[in-house]
Design a binder for this molecule. Structure first.
Ligand code: SF4
Length: 612
């Protein structure tokens, strides 16, 4: 094996290109690019002891590799990114489509823009700010804006349907453009101030408002001057809370890396106008990338998605292809962007601060993973199972008196929810209300597809007592799942019988497992069960709303199957259909003015007062 790799390596040219590492099953596990293919690939196959422990372990997974020679390094960069997108290799740094970090969208399509919290940004005419470090951070910012500026606060659909201003107008927190004629220029001034604030130009904004206040005072407009003074106070208060990190008032991002053998953290500081406005941490599992490759991969992926790229990005190490990256960023931004590795002064201090934060975040991550693994190891001991329950799947049903029955499956990996693997099942084959049969159908659909059903969990947790557990056991037996996995059931305590805790049942055991002092293990299982419950219920609710929406549309004269589907597809929910204007409804394919009027009339008769 080693000889084959060495022989292959001897034929690799000293040219730029892309390499693909493959495992024994032929899966592409890593894609990289290099200015010099020979040099880069050789670096993976150094003598034992010359590689760090982590890379050594990963390199052992390389069974073979392929190379593609390119004319230039730039071509290699494009090819590498296409191949990563296609194969999504396990050991590359791939930025998840992370919805954890919310942004603010300034709805520029509306004549009176408002701000909304969004999880996804788009390349459209709206303005986006963020991403923010957390939901709490974005809500706090929104709260300050709403307290300080008279930007409208209502949702656009409510804005159109208002017949009178809301309380915000009465407390003088909004000019009420919903109902009162508000001069667009006056409102735009508010929007401009909000934009300055969100861009971190608070000191400039304060100076601007101070000047306005002086003019107002000179003109003896004392009421206006007092309002401006309060605004200045509010802004100065927020400024006090922000940390000033540089004195040159520039916008820049700062990137730092912290690594352990199992995972890596990239920390990003957003410095705007010299103030640290946000911190985000991105975690990556094992990777074969070096630090420079990690930084390069992060920059390429992150700044493709983001709406604002600062002129300067501080990095802890300059990527090999720094000038290519700068070109790419310049193309996106339309202006020069510099990657800088500062060695001294304020910027170096800032970088050090980011590195310290990345290291701290990594420590927290490792501690939490260790705690999770400890729980799993103790759970294995308590349940007396053969393997540690690294992957746990849990099922729960939901229905209302047998209508719209559904089942939901949640997955916990290494003690954490793995939402991308959650599954919903709309029960198809059970006519009568029968919880056991619902469970059996969902289990058959999950585990009865042979190879396609893989990977199987280490532990299957069913919501319910011995009845549900026996159903699960017989279904798995019937499906002849060779690999097999442990199955347990968790039943709610019966308070009428004086039970004080939930019960966990294992096959072949009459009595529930006693957790004694290890109540945290029971809590952990309850958390998984509750998550399955939440997931199944929310799916059931969604279906119920859809069904009721369909039947409401069914009852409208002139709305046939095609029109109904068009309306549902376009608006998605009854609230949005209700908020739609006649113009919007009649503009849909298959619809006309008369049909739109019929929809509006029917929905209004349900007690809704819409706008024309
Ligand atoms: S007063 Fe009108 S525009 Fe302002 S928040 Fe209330 S509903 Fe919206």
């Amino acid at each position: 094996m080693k000889e084959i790799l060495n022989e292959k390596l001897s034929r690799v040219p000293f040219e730029p290109g892309v390499y693909l590492m493959k495992d024994a099953d032929g899966r592409v596990i890593y894609v990289g690019k290099a200015r010099n293919l020979k040099k880069r690939i050789s670096s993976y196959f150094k003598k034992p002891g010359q590689l760090d422990l982590k890379t050594g372990v990963l390199v052992k997974k390389i069974f073979t590799f392929e190379t593609i020679i390119t004319r230039t390094e730039k071509e290699a960069l494009i090819l590498e990114s296409n191949l990563i997108k296609r194969h999504r290799p396990r050991y590359n740094v791939i930025l998840k489509d992370d919805k954890r970090y919310p942004s603010l969208r300034l709805d520029m399509k509306s004549p009176y823009p408002n701000l909304n919290i969004v999880r996804k940004t788009a390349k459209d005419s709206n303005m986006y700010f963020g991403p923010f470090a957390s939901s709490h951070a974005v809500r706090q910012t929104l709260k300050i804006i709403h307290k300080t500026f008279k930007l409208r606060k209502c949702k656009t659909r409510d804005f159109h349907s208002r017949s009178r201003p809301c309380l915000n107008y009465q407390i003088e927190a909004c000019l009420a453009p919903c109902c009162i004629s508000v001069d667009k220029d006056t409102y735009n001034e508010i929007v401009k101030e909000v934009v300055l604030f969100l861009k971190g130009r608070t000191p400039y904004l304060i100076n601007k408002i101070k000047k306005e206040m002086m003019w107002a005072a000179k003109a003896q407009e004392y009421e206006k001057a007092a309002i401006l003074r309060d605004k200045i106070f509010a802004l100065e208060k927020t400024l006090e809370k922000q940390i000033s990190v540089t004195t040159d008032f520039m916008d820049r991002d700062v990137l730092a890396v912290a690594r352990s053998p199992e995972s890596s953290i990239i920390t990003l500081f957003n410095v705007r106008g010299g103030y640290l406005l946000g911190t985000q941490h991105f975690d990556f599992a094992e990777t074969m990338s070096t630090d420079t490759e990690m930084i390069g991969a992060f920059i390429r992926q992150y700044y493709e998605k983001i709406h604002f790229i600062p002129k300067e990005i501080l990095v802890p190490i300059l990527p090999e292809d720094a000038s290519l990256l700068e070109d790419r960023l310049r193309n996106i931004k339309g202006q020069k962007v510099s990657l800088v590795f500062p060695k001294r002064g304020e910027k170096a201090h800032l970088l050090k601060m980011a590195i310290h934060n990345a290291e701290n975040e990594l420590k927290i991550k490792i501690a939490s993973e260790t705690a999770d693994m400890d729980i799993l190891a103790r759970l294995q001991k308590k349940l007396k199972t053969d393997r540690i329950p690294i992957t746990i799947e849990c099922f729960d049903n939901s229905n209302i008196s047998g209508t719209n029955p559904v089942a939901g499956m949640v997955v916990f990996e290494k003690g954490k929810p793995k939402k991308s693997r959650y599954r919903k099942y709309r029960i198809k084959t059970v006519a009568a209300h029968d919880d056991y049969a619902y469970m059996a159908e969902a289990l058959k659909r999950r585990y009865g597809k042979g190879e396609q059903s893989k990977p199987f969990p280490d532990l299957l947790l069913v919501d319910g007592g011995k009845g549900q557990l026996n159903i699960a056991l017989s279904v798995i037996k019937e499906l002849k799942v060779k690999e097999g996995f442990e199955i347990i059931g968790i039943a709610k305590k019966n308070e009428e019988k004086g039970e004080t805790i939930d019960k966990v049942y294992k096959p072949g055991r009459k009595n529930p497992i006693s957790f004694g002092r290890e109540g945290d293990l029971l809590l952990f299982l309850q958390r998984i069960r509750d998550e399955a419950h939440r997931f199944a219920i929310s799916y059931q609710r969604k279906l119920r709303t859809k069904t009721s929406m369909r039947s409401r549309l069914d009852a409208i004269p002139g709305i046939g199957k095609k029109r109904k589907e068009t309306i549902l597809k376009h608006f998605g929910g009854i609230k949005k259909i209700r908020a739609a204007t006649l113009k919007e409804l009649s503009a849909l394919p298959e619809m006309n003015y008369k049909a739109a009027e019929a929809v509006r009339k029917a929905l209004n008769s349900e007690g809704y007062l819409g706008h024309p």
